[in-house]
Unconditional design. Structure first.
Ligand SMILES: *Cc1c(COP(=O)(O)O)cnc(C)c1O
Length: 406
């Protein structure tokens, strides 16, 4: 069986984790802080906060900005449920926008049309690792007509004076847009280090802070850190200092810090991320493109453009002129050939919870079309060229088998 996305675990990772285990300090401490520093340098921002998931990072940022009942947050209909669930957690309304038919990202015109006086945040998602069109998104939120419509309800909202752009970059660490890395393209950007993501800590995530002046991102880092630890004004490491036992709780915060044992996995992986992981992923994505380009039925995903490079997180192939049932049959056939594939994603309106809230799939026809023809192929550093060629063969055969009987 060719697996879909196994984690890359090598001796360097095992050594780093063992080092954490033997150090006497296993929760948030020196390794997590080191990972934050290295991420900040890599991305090109001053302040990065590591957490136990991207979900926690997104929710923490929404809470920091004061998103609550009565507010709206715009996000694509085509994303993982985490992007929308955090909006629900805050009591606000996820407002969905349809997506593009070339890449899978949010349609900027649909996004802009969804803005109302209740809109507090826009959450673009870099699907598959390809950055959204951030110049256009940032232009929209800075337009006078939208700024005038914006109704600030907290000091932070007053200070920003416009809709906040919170990038869900769960897929796109290391990707670039106009020569700049994700992490610097929005007011705040959240990476995921979940087991299947490009850079993993088993579970984990990070918030890159990039709010404009007069915001003090170092101060916001401390605010978020407190919010990630029950609103406790001292973390466990600070309390370890001699006689420094006393603490206070300043709000009913969340509990979503990253432990050092997990940060160790990320630290070790990160050392080879730029020079081994990204180039290998790129190579594999281009090998798929080469293999499929001769087939009219294969709609290749956008992986690089003149101003974007992907993190090559997913290889999202679409097959032209098929229906959901045929797509599903093709997937079954591929599995029967011992190749694991996946679908990214089931659009939010197809999920029971969102369906019951009244979201209608018909309102997002491009998202549905993308979904109904999409198959994500295995793409990870340890995939060999030979395995990739087997995946290609399996896809070609499966499509042929399914379409010749229907
Ligand atoms: C994986 C993923 C998340 C959530 O990441 P966690 O670290 O598991 O919380 C959010 N958004 C998208 C698009 C994802 O794929």
């Amino acid at each position: 069986m060719i697996p879909f996305s196994p984690p890359h675990i090598d001796d360097a990772i095992i050594r780093e984790v063992t080092d954490a285990l033997r150090s006497g300090w296993i929760t948030t401490g020196p390794k997590t802080k080191q990972l934050e520093k290295e991420l900040a340098t890599y991305v090109g921002v001053q302040d990065v906060l590591c957490l136990n998931s991207a979900t926690a990072g997104l929710e923490l940022m929404l809470r920091w900005f004061g998103v609550k009942e009565g507010d709206e947050v715009i996000l694509p209909a085509y994303t993982y449920s985490a992007t929308a669930n955090v909006v629900i957690h805050c009591g606000a309304v996820p407002v969905l926008a349809d997506v593009n038919g070339d890449d899978f990202n949010i349609d900027i015109q649909k996004m802009e049309a969804a803005i109302t006086a209740r809109t507090k945040v826009i959450m673009p998602v870099d699907i598959g690792g390809l950055p959204c069109d951030y110049a256009a998104i940032n232009r929209v939120v800075n337009e006078m007509q939208h700024k005038q419509k914006f109704v600030p309800a907290t000091a932070e909202q007053e200070k920003l004076g416009r809709i906040m752009v919170l990038s869900d970059a769960a897929h796109s660490i290391g990707a670039t847009y106009q020569g700049k890395r994700t992490g610097t393209l929005a007011d705040a950007t959240v990476f995921s280090f979940h087991a299947v993501k490009n850079l993993t800590t088993a579970e984990g995530g990070a918030v890159c802070l990039h709010l404009p002046a007069p915001f003090d991102n170092a101060f916001i880092y401390r605010q978020l850190n407190t919010k990630s630890l029950h609103g406790q004004n001292k973390d466990a490491l600070a309390k370890m200092q001699k006689g420094n036992w006393e603490y206070d709780i300043v709000e009913a915060g969340m509990k979503c810090n990253m432990p050092d044992v997990l940060a160790a996995i990320g630290l070790a992986t990160f050392r080879s991320y730029e020079n081994m992981h990204l180039p290998r992923r790129k190579q594999l994505a281009h090998r798929y493109a080469e293999a499929f380009k001769e087939f009219d039925w294969a709609q290749l995903p956008v992986i690089d453009t003149s101003d974007k490079t992907s993190s090559y997180h997913l290889y999202m192939l679409r097959i032209r002129n098929i229906h959901v049932t045929q797509r599903n049959a093709i997937i079954q056939n591929i599995f029967d050939q011992d190749v694991a594939v996946n679908v990214h994603f089931k659009p939010l309106p197809l999920l029971t919870y969102y369906k019951e809230l009244g979201y209608k799939m018909e309102a997002y026809p491009v998202a549905f079309d993308n979904y109904s023809r999409e198959i994500s192929l295995p793409l990870y550093v340890d995939l060999t060229d030979e395995q990739l060629d087997l995946v290609v063969k399996a896809v070609i055969k499966a499509r042929h088998d399914v379409l010749s009987v229907s």
